[in-house]
Design a protein around this ligand. Structure first.
Ligand code: NDP
Ligand code: 8X3
Length: 249
């Protein structure tokens, strides 16, 4: 099976690994991101099967401009992977700058909605697929997760709602909900602190980007009568803790 896949956030982590895997498997790949140098490097690496789009996903006009010049051979998009996203900070709610909450909502929700809405007609026409990158944070609360976790819970529920709305149209929708995966995620979350990222993942044997790319590929490879609604996956070394209890004494 092959076709055309559009992956948001292809300049790093899950998105980059997914672009590489699908290109290797013979797909036409459209990859997006803000970092033009990374998009150019992917084009160099993957060749003419890759088309890059450089825009900030929160900027609807910039997104539209890139679609206006999308070459004909990349227009028939079969799969949208909504992957671009970020967490900012690990502080509890009172300590988080409001602008960080806005950035997470604008990126993980509003930007994702813009591109999804834009591509729904072609995805319906092609009886395509939408794969959304949610998170274990959608299910399992932790201190410091606040708005990031909220955006991922939105995405999980939005995926289920889209499934209902696509009823009878042959469009498949999947929510992928990973736990700890070592990418640039924690470097971004900590404002560029590579040491904090290295410390977080040390000894965890975390998920790696290729694991998520393989999961996305597996979802995309299912027969057309099967919809994978959601997949939650974690490193073996990450699990659950109990409730926290504060005593007023
Ligand atoms: P990375 O930081 O490695 O990659 C994030 C990608 O998102 C980059 O390509 C980045 O591109 C893109 N991106 C971020 N903000 C914007 C923006 N405003 N406009 C356009 N693109 C943007 O992280 P991951 O690969 O780990 O994360 C991918 C997704 O998976 C995210 O949605 C994340 O929430 C989710 N996730 C991650 C987990 C983890 O533990 N790593 C676990 C569960 C879910 P650029 O900077 O070039 O714009
Ligand atoms: C991020 C997953 O486990 O690092 O979406 O909070 S985790």
């Amino acid at each position: 099976m092959s076709g055309t896949i559009l992956i948001t956030g292809a300049t790093s982590g899950f998105g980059q690994a997914t672009a590489r895997l699908f290109a290797k498997d013979g797909w036409q790949v459209v990859g997006t991101g803000r970092r033009a140098d990374r998009i150019a490097a992917l084009r160099e690496e993957l060749g003419p099967a890759f088309h890059g789009m450089v825009f900030d996903i929160t900027d609807e006009a910039a997104m539209q401009s890139e679609f206006d010049v999308l070459p004909a051979e990349f227009k028939d998009i079969d799969i949208l992977v909504n992957n671009a996203g970020l967490a900012l900070g690990t502080a509890t709610a009172p300590g988080v700058p409001l602008k960080d909450w806005h950035t997470m909502v604008n990126t993980n929700i509003t930007g994702l909605l813009n591109i999804t809405h834009h591509l729904l007609p072609v995805l319906i026409e092609r009886r395509g697929m939408i794969i959304n990158l949610s998170s274990v944070a959608a299910h399992w609360p932790y201190a410091g997760g606040n708005v990031y976790a909220g955006t991922k819970a939105f995405l999980r529920q939005f995926s289920l709602g889209l499934r209902s709305d696509m009823h009878g149209k042959g469009v498949r929708v999947t929510s992928i909900e990973p736990g700890m995966c070592e990418t640039e995620f924690t470097v971004v979350r900590t404002g560029g602190n590579q040491d904090a990222s290295d410390t977080l993942y040390k000894g965890v044997n975390p998920i790696v980007p290729d694991d998520i790319a393989n999961t996305i590929h597996w979802v995309a490879s299912q027969p057309k009568h099967i919809n994978i609604n959601s997949i939650e996956l974690m490193p073996v070394n990450q699990s659950f803790a109990g409730f926290q209890v504060h005593r007023d004494v």
